[in-house]
Ligand binder design. Structure first.
Ligand SMILES: [Ca+2]
Length: 493
């Protein structure tokens, strides 16, 4: 079923006809036209997905930062379950978002990187990389479209980075509200008014973008307090440019750095983001929505080397090493996630789509491929399904496919010219294999005792290397993942 047919069948369901394709689990699936319907619909939990841009694994207090101050985020994390092995689907922005919103691995939609896949000096690129797609195909049924038949009103407030409305922006992709989302991957004029954002009218002089997005989120929650809502809140923060409020910058200038984290402007941006999270939680409390609202917290790729430190992880944004893809992540679901609980099972961006479907009580849209798995059964350790699911997640393979060049010199990278050359990665259990397409080189790491990926075991444990490489090759076949093989005639290192 394509997207148009899916939406048509949902419209039919809304009128009370064939419900099967939309899988409405209970009555009251369409948002409240009356207070009685509203009460029924409110049984479905609200979903808030806080998605920080470029935030590294250790950039929050609950993950051990001693420099950045995130008391609100930490409190929220402490009321939920923290996932210590959570991954972005890619080491940079657009592909991670495309995977999250579609529930599909990169080769299904072709969004592999940001802008062109041919970044960096041509003479240093041995291969012609796979062409990149910069918009998410509008025929793909996004999370917002999938849960709409259950009565969810959805908003995307913040960065989109996958094309423009009316077709490829949030509205084109099924959100009811779009505030600030278009093709840009960062605030083009900066974080203070004027924003020059076609989807965000400027506020008063001095207004700060992170605060404004929080204000908009509060308004959306207030407006939709009586019906189930899905608030996708992809903050522009903490992506560059590093613009922050002066009083916060001054505060961090006086504070000693720790563990390689010492940038006052970046710290100030993180604190403004944290204040926004605090205000959203206050709003939920004020409206009595806390118990019926599930909050996700996640980032789209690793912290940027030179701005923050991802220690003890190797590398940062743009790399397939852990520093580029491992993210701070938690879920708070009152009554479900035990306060202070943690989970070390690897989870990845494509898992959120099926997770949100399960929360919303909606079946997978017919014909839509989902590459991830719902993490709902992992959220409650007392759940009878927990042990089975936990063991499944610990044993499953997850993949990254990055057939593109990302320029830039950065500590932790494999070579001095590129953060990443075309390559791929797979994780199974504690082992992770990285393959480089230019020369076929393989790196195998045991993350259990080498989280910093310093000890390449590819030749020490050839049978494990072969096992993971074969899994990667089989997966590429399954998802039609293109591998660059054409030589670049300009290559002259
Ligand atoms: Ca990013």
């Amino acid at each position: 079923m394509n997207r148009r047919d899916f939406l048509k069948s949902c419209a039919a369901a809304a009128k009370g006809f064939a419900l099967s394709n939309c899988a409405v689990a209970a009555a009251g699936c369409i948002s409240s036209g009356s207070s009685a319907q509203g009460r029924i619909a409110q049984k479905r939990p609200n979903i808030i997905f806080i998605y920080i841009d470029d935030m590294g694994w250790r950039d929050v207090g609950f993950m051990g930062s001693q420099y950045y101050e995130t008391p609100n985020i930490d409190r929220l994390a402490g009321q939920g379950m923290v996932f210590t092995n959570a991954y972005a689907n890619a080491p940079n922005c657009a592909p991670s978002r495309a995977c999250l919103l579609s529930g599909q691995y990169g080769p299904r939609h072709g969004v592999y990187t940001v802008n062109t896949s041919s970044r960096g000096p041509s003479k240093l690129r041995k291969l012609i990389p796979i062409a990149n797609t910069t918009v998410l195909d509008s025929n793909i049924i996004t999370i917002a479209e999938a849960i709409k038949p259950a009565g969810y009103v959805s908003a995307s407030i913040g960065k989109w980075h996958l094309g423009n409305d009316p077709q490829f922006g949030p509205i084109g992709q099924g959100f009811d509200v779009n505030i600030g989302g278009y093709s840009a991957g960062h605030p083009v004029k900066g974080y203070f008014v004027p924003y020059n954002n076609p989807e965000l009218p400027d506020g008063p002089p001095g207004e700060y973008l992170t605060d404004r997005l929080t204000d908009e989120a509060l308004k959306f929650i207030q407006t939709n307090k009586d019906n189930p809502f899905f608030l996708y809140l992809p903050h522009y923060a903490v992506h560059t440019p590093l613009h922050a409020k002066q009083e916060l910058i001054n505060k961090y200038k006086k504070k000693a750095g720790s563990n390689g984290q010492n940038n006052p402007k970046y710290a100030a941006m993180i604190e403004s983001t944290d204040q926004g999270v605090g205000r959203i939680m206050e709003k939920l409390d004020e409206l009595g929505l806390t118990d019926n609202t599930i909050v996700f917290f996640f980032s789209d790729n690793g912290g940027v080397k030179g701005i923050t430190s991802n220690q003890p992880l190797r590398g940062g944004k743009g790399m397939l090493y852990e520093g580029g893809i491992r993210e701070p992540m938690f879920v708070r679901w009152p009554g479900r996630t035990a306060p202070g609980s943690t989970c070390d099972a690897p989870v990845i961006g494509i898992d959120f789509y099926p997770t949100i479907l399960e929360i919303a009580g909606v079946k997978k849209p017919k014909g839509h491929i989902l590459d991830g798995q719902s993490i709902v059964a992992l959220l409650n350790k007392g759940n009878s399904k927990f042990d089975i699911q936990y063991s499944k997640f610990k044993k499953r393979t997850i993949f990254w496919h990055f057939p593109a060049y990302l320029q830039g010199k950065a500590e932790g990278a494999r070579d001095p010219h590129f953060r990443t050359r075309p390559g791929a990665a797979v994780r199974l259990g504690h082992f992770k294999l990285i393959e480089y397409f230019e020369d076929g080189a393989l790196e195998l790491y045991n993350l259990k005792n080498d989280i910093s990926e310093q000890n390449n075991l590819a030749e020490t444990i050839p049978e494990k290397t072969a096992e993971l490489h074969n899994l990667m090759i089989a997966w590429r076949k399954k998802v039609n993942a293109p591998v660059p093989t054409k030589l670049n005639l300009d290559y002259n290192p």
